[in-house]
Design a protein around this ligand. Sequence first.
Ligand code: HXC
Ligand code: NAP
Length: 263
Amino acid sequence: MSPFRDDLFAGKTAFIAGGTSGINLGIAIRLAELGARVAVCGRDGGKAQRAAETIGHGALGLSTDVRDYDRTRGAMVQAHEAFGPFNIVISGAAGNFLAPATDMSANAFSTVVDIDLNGTFNVFRGCRDLLDAPGASLIAITAGQAVNAMALQSHACAAKAGINQLVRVLALEWGPDVRVNGISPGPIADTEGMKRLAPDPATRAAHEARIAMKRWGTAHDVAECAVFLCSEAACYVTGTILDCDGGSQVGDASRMDTARGLA
Ligand code: HXC
Ligand code: NAP
């Protein structure tokens, strides 16, 4: 049962980059349910239209590639013309695949850094004068790889680490008008990300055993964190990265069983 009021974001506007599938679409759906006017964007315009229909509540689906500053700014201007200044902006577009650094071309590495890190700069820089400030809330979707190195993930680890530091710098520069935070989801079920990183049930089961909460998360779990960070309840929270990962970053919960066995 959600603790949030149904009209929490009535009259508010949200722009969600990469909001056309997965976790970010889950956030978009939740913000719209709570009354926000929502615009989502991705590279595939048809997918963006379908996402807007799924979100409902008059949502707008737009096409852009976050690697292209001018196109992304154009999409935001379009959403601003339709809905007015943004109260909430979420940067969640990302690309990922498993590859050892020795087999990764320079272009493969820079493609992921360009989408995740440069894309987040483009989205936040591009929306700065379109915000309803003071009071606007920006959120970057990062990941545990920003802090914990993961083999086969040099591109995503580097990009997400950069995002975490960008969040902190922008929080310093844009306060007190604008709050800038990150959400670091753990493994989230039924997402493209986990299809790529843990495609088989055995890997998932082994992974879940190590998590304190003993399950993968849901897009709704992450959406509730986004709602909190965008709400007045978080009015003194900026420059932070909120882990929504069932305790994944804390450590390996399966080691308790091993320790008991040894006792
Ligand atoms: C090695 C690869 C590769 C692979 C692509 N490349 N896939 N290299 N292994 N599996 C290389 C290509 O050969 C090329 O280099 C370069 O990367 C760019 O590839 P393109 O296909 O031209 O790029 P583009 O069309 O822009 O597509 C971007 C993409 C793609 C990242 C490669 O996978 C994509 O669009 N992904 C978006 C969806 C996604 O990944 N969602 C999951 C996010 S989850 P060369 O040298 O040949 O030109 C996530 C999880 C976080 O972030 C953490 C979870 C715990
Ligand atoms: P997803 O479904 O693949 O979502 C990615 C979104 O970004 C889609 O809307 C996609 O639409 C868009 N996108 C990709 N490249 C883009 C580009 N260059 N320009 C504009 N839009 C682009 O992924 P997900 O698994 O839900 O992950 C969502 C976010 O959560 C990502 O930031 C990811 O790093 C983070 N995360 C995920 C997990 C997980 O368990 N899945 C864990 C930790 C962190 P188009 O393809 O149409 O462009």
